[in-house]
Design a protein around this ligand. Structure first.
Ligand code: GDP
Length: 363
């Protein structure tokens, strides 16, 4: 070719053949050894032995969104079920800043000082929006998180409240099978999630604050009605009097509520999570509650009602997700929605069209 570089007389810069470039894949790299996926019986065996790593894996399986994990998780739960049920399930709620994490840390240590094991779970349906779970985060419970007999698990993050709650409920089964005899389920006292927590615990504890001026307005009446015990936190320093005043107000407010199904009169106590004042008293109340409902049979009644409730809830959730996950239905819904938005179709007709097309398949 006629090019100056090809000329024999060329004196300019020349391109050397250079050093061979290394291959883009390191030939010396050892193949990544993936942890073998344990079988259902390996997981169950590990859980029953109280192996925390296996328990974690089982919970991860329960929380997984993959359909193949769902079936496996159900098998694990089914096998753990006969070993579950023997724990005190305690729900803890309170508005953000009420001192839930501080209190759970101290309550937890108090419970553990009496022996046994404690699992702290959470239901936080908002965690999907905030992109990560706030509740049950280990860093919030400094001492519990390093305690060998504590298992802390943040809220399952993805999905509807129903889905998140179901996963937490299944996690309770796994924890109980692993020998956890105390289970705390934490939630934020701002909305729907209390009902979900209430429907899976034996005792529902509401953490309140004094001195905010809206003692009774700050929390929805419905949540107060669910509470088996109300504890007013931060009863320390110059807040003690205000806490006592709030205590009196809550006590008189509770008297106006209809009697509880358990026959138990919810108590109101003050304490300080931060300064660890009044903690044994709070736990005495909880002990008294358990003695009371175990004696009058309400403990069993409530558990049975909850089992039925969760069967129905699971059916609801599965039906709904089967419907919405269907690609043909999803396409159809999009079209129907457009017609509804353009006022060409009523919401009800649209809904029945979609449902008819779904149900027709099973005919
Ligand atoms: P959460 O949002 O409900 O989990 O509340 P935190 O446990 O994070 O507590 C919120 C704030 O209240 C933190 O700054 C705590 O240090 C403080 N706090 C918690 N418990 C007490 C208490 O018993 N007394 C006082 N004075 N402050 C507390």
């Amino acid at each position: 070719m006629n090019h100056p570089e090809n000329d024999k007389e060329y004196k300019g810069l020349q391109v050397n053949s250079g050093v061979a470039q290394p291959p883009s894949v390191n030939p010396y790299m050892r193949p990544l050894r993936r942890k073998p996926v344990p079988s259902v019986s390996e997981i169950v065996e590990g859980v029953l032995k109280g192996d925390m790593t296996m328990l974690s894996r089982a919970v991860t399986l329960v929380e997984s969104l993959l359909p193949e994990h769902y079936a496996k998780a159900q098998e694990v739960i089914e096998k753990c079920l006969p070993y579950s049920g023997k724990s005190r399930r305690i729900g803890i709620t309170g508005v953000p800043g009420a001192g839930k994490s501080t209190s759970i840390d101290v309550f937890g240590l108090h419970v553990l000082s009496r022996g046994g094991k404690l699992a702290v779970l959470a239901i936080d349906p908002s965690s999907e929006r905030t992109n990560g779970s706030i509740l049950g985060d280990k860093t919030r419970m400094e001492r519990l998180s390093v305690h060998p007999n504590a298992f802390i698990r943040p809220s399952p993050s993805a999905g509807s409240l129903g889905g998140v709650a179901r996963k937490t409920r299944e996690t309770v089964v796994l924890c109980e099978a692993a020998g956890f005899d105390n289970i705390f389920i934490e939630t934020v006292g701002v909305g729907q999630s209390e009902t979900a927590v209430h429907s899976m615990v034996d005792f529902f504890l509401l953490i309140q604050l004094a001195g905010t001026g809206d003692e009774l307005q700050g929390i929805k009446r419905g949540i107060m009605e669910m509470a088996d015990g109300i504890v007013i936190n931060k009863a320390d320093g110059d807040n003690i009097q205000r806490a006592q005043l709030a205590q009196a107000q809550f006590r008189s407010a509770l008297h106006l509520f209809p009697p509880t199904a358990s026959g138990w009169q919810p108590e109101v106590l003050t304490y300080s999570g931060y300064f660890e004042l009044g903690i044994p008293e709070v736990w005495d109340m909880i002990d008294r509650y358990f003695a009371f409902v175990e004696a009058n049979g309400y403990f069993e009644t409530r558990r049975r009602q909850q089992a039925r409730y969760w069967m129905r809830e699971t059916i609801d959730e599965q039906l709904r997700s089967h419907f919405y996950r269907d690609p043909a239905i999803a396409r159809m819904l999009e079209q129907l929605e457009n017609r509804v938005l353009e006022n060409r179709l009523s919401s009800f007709t649209a809904a029945s069209e979609a449902l008819d097309s779904y149900f027709n398949r099973f005919k």
